[in-house]
Design a protein around this ligand. Structure first.
Ligand code: AMP
Length: 594
């Protein structure tokens, strides 16, 4: 059996204890291939040329070893990461912050154009260990001498081919010249065009080269589909697919152990027979869970790559890649869990706009075009529920004598009240469907927008500006109010809040509701039912290098000189009914039906 997961664990790598603890906290089970290959070289201080794209885990591949070598007492920048966009700068800075959660006093600063210069200068004066920025703004600081690179140990060029595409090559050259001659350089790029190869040849000394080779494989019996859906909307998309797609058994792949448990709990709460399968579970327990899947007392397993190694259950008709895999080999291995023993299988991939490169790589590795899947609409869900309801009624009519007592009640009802059988049946249907209502076929706003709600960089950048426009269209139904301990006096604006929440929580800007700024705090509405991991990530997030300290809003609004300004006003829409994903239904039997 092919095995794509790396045999080594994070504990096998000579990373610092603080970093290993953080990796455990975030729930990563094992290093992704790019991490397993890059981390030892970077820890040794070697230059590195990494051919890797977004989604491979490349940020941790450089952040974990570089953090392990940080001297917290030294407050001049030790690591400089150059990124093509503000969006990526924020993401990388947030990743450093996340992996440095056990490194007391650690500071990372994202710098990019358009951001308030004074705040950046203050932070630089206070001292930072890692600086992540776009080339233009880094050059500004170097020219003003507000950024000194004398003590720099490492430069990372992230998404180098994107920087080339955006015309930053000369800037990179200039910045590299300002760095100490003996610094370490790590260059990551999805492709290796001539100009990037030239930068590598000029600035990297005998680099170790790391490349995740895409082996191709044929998967003839498996139908592949892709659903472009991001972050917070994934759960709803999955629920709709589970309702509408006829499946026997399904395996859903996620990236972390924590996610297996959280998703299993959410699906169970929605009435599906689901369970988690992860590397924290003992071998005996894992076998028991797989046995339940074989014996049909479970229909859905939510697994990590490691836990699903070698899984061979004939009845798995569907694989859902809820989180995109790190590389094409992992993808081929995952989808190979279906289509066993010559059966047909279906593989559904959830991907965000940013992950489209990996999607293309998967298409070429599997030598198949992966067609776009239309997300089932509310009216599809409604039609299916009605059809299943009718089937259930007809099935119940086979109960024979057991129905006699009810027949008597119906006859009495009809005689005592002079009711029509049609009216009575309708009332009974109404009562019977309460547990699993037929949803309003009207599509909620957020799904109609999903096509445009891509998390690509350009869209996100405009999030702050579009608050007002969106605000008029939506309300706070299904939202919870949170408090952030930063306000006008800390110099933040709604765009900062949207940027930090969207990036750190990996939720689309569209899912963020009203924002109100007060003097020393703000309030923001976020979707209810967010993953614990998202809330945890947001609690640790920073804006302008200050902690957000997100918590539930309690009590009244503060009395301030200026009234809190409303940036996104969603008028209440009485008939804008929300998701069905939250419907509580009785547990289903092992056909996935009630
Ligand atoms: P990147 O390729 O750096 O953009 O990372 C893609 C995603 O993979 C991020 O959401 C990371 O949190 C996640 N990730 C990175 N390394 C691991 C790992 N070893 N196990 C699970 N998830 C990971």
């Amino acid at each position: 059996m092919s095995d794509t997961s790396t045999a080594i664990t994070f504990a096998d790598l000579p990373l610092s204890q603080a970093v290993i603890m953080a990796v455990q906290d975030v729930g990563y089970e094992s290093p992704s291939p790019i991490q397993a290959q890059s981390i030892p070289h970077l820890l040794e201080g070697r230059d590195l040329l990494g051919l890797a794209q977004t989604g491979t885990g490349k940020t941790a591949a450089f952040a974990l070893p570089l953090l392990s070598a940080i001297d917290l007492k030294q407050r001049d920048p030790q690591v400089l990461v150059l990124t093509p966009t503000r969006e990526l700068a924020l993401q990388v800075a947030e990743a450093f912050q996340r992996y440095a959660r056990h490194m007391k006093g650690f500071h990372v600063l994202p710098v990019y154009g358009g951001q308030d210069m004074r705040g950046q200068l203050r932070s630089l004066q206070r001292g930072v260990h890692v600086i992540v920025g776009t080339p233009g703004r880094i050059m500004d600081h170097l020219r003003r001498a507000s950024l000194k690179l004398d003590n720099l140990n490492t430069v990372v060029l992230d998404e180098a081919d994107e920087m080339l595409r955006m015309g930053f090559v000369d800037d990179i050259e200039w910045i590299m010249e300002q760095t100490p001659a003996d610094r370490q350089v790590a260059l990551f790029s999805a492709t290796m065009p001539y100009q990037i190869r030239k930068i590598a040849d000029t600035h990297l000394k005998e680099p170790a080269t790391v490349e995740i080779k895409a082996k191709s494989a044929t998967v003839d019996t498996i139908t592949q589909k892709v659903c472009m859906v991001s972050g917070f909307h994934k759960l709803d998309a999955l629920t709709r697919i589970l309702e509408v797609e006829p499946f026997d058994a399904m395996i859903i792949f996620v990236r972390t152990k924590t996610a297996t448990v959280e998703l299993a709990e959410k699906l169970e709460a929605r009435g599906f027979a689901a369970a988690a399968l992860n590397g924290d579970m003992s071998q005996a327990l894992r076998e028991k869970v797989v046995d339940r899947l074989k014996k049909k007392s479970l229909d859905i397993l939510i697994a990590t790559d490691v836990a699903a190694r070698g899984l061979d259950v004939e009845r798995i008709s569907h694989v859902v890649n809820y989180d995109i895999p790190y590389d094409t080999e992992a993808y081929v291995h995952r989808i190979g869990r279906t289509g066993r023993a010559g059966r047909e299988g279906t593989a559904i991939l959830f991907a965000t706009h940013r992950e489209r490169r990996m999607l293309r790589a998967i298409e070429s590795a599997t030598r198949q075009r992966i067609d776009n899947m239309r997300l089932p609409s509310m009216s599809d869900v409604r039609d299916i529920r009605i059809r299943q309801f009718k089937d259930d009624v007809i099935k119940a009519m086979d109960m024979g004598e057991e129905l006699d007592v009810f027949r008597k009640i119906v006859v009495e009802l009809e005689q005592e009240n002079a009711l029509s059988y049609e009216d009575m049946s309708a009332a009974l249907c109404f009562m019977a469907q309460k547990e699993r209502p037929f949803p309003d076929a009207k599509e909620p706003e957020q799904h109609r927008r999903e096509g445009r709600d891509r998390t690509d960089r350009g869209e996100r950048r405009r999030d702050g500006e579009r608050r007002g426009e969106r605000g008029r269209e939506r309300n706070n139904d299904g939202m919870v109010r949170y408090r952030v301990e930063l306000g006008r006096e800390q110099g933040i604006n709604p765009g900062d809040l949207v940027g930090a929440i969207a990036n750190e929580g990996k939720i689309s800007g569209q899912s963020i509701g009203h924002i109100r700024l007060f003097d020393n705090c703000s309030s923001v509405y976020l979707p209810e039912g967010m993953d614990k991991s998202v809330i945890e990530a947001l609690k640790g997030a920073r804006i302008r290098n200050r902690p957000m300290e997100l918590k539930l809003w309690m009590g009244d609004e503060p009395q301030t000189g200026r009234r809190g300004r409303r940036f996104s006003d969603r008028g209440r829409q009485e008939n804008g009914r929300q998701e069905t994903g939250r419907d509580r239904r009785p547990r289903r039997d092992n056909n996935g039906k009630r």
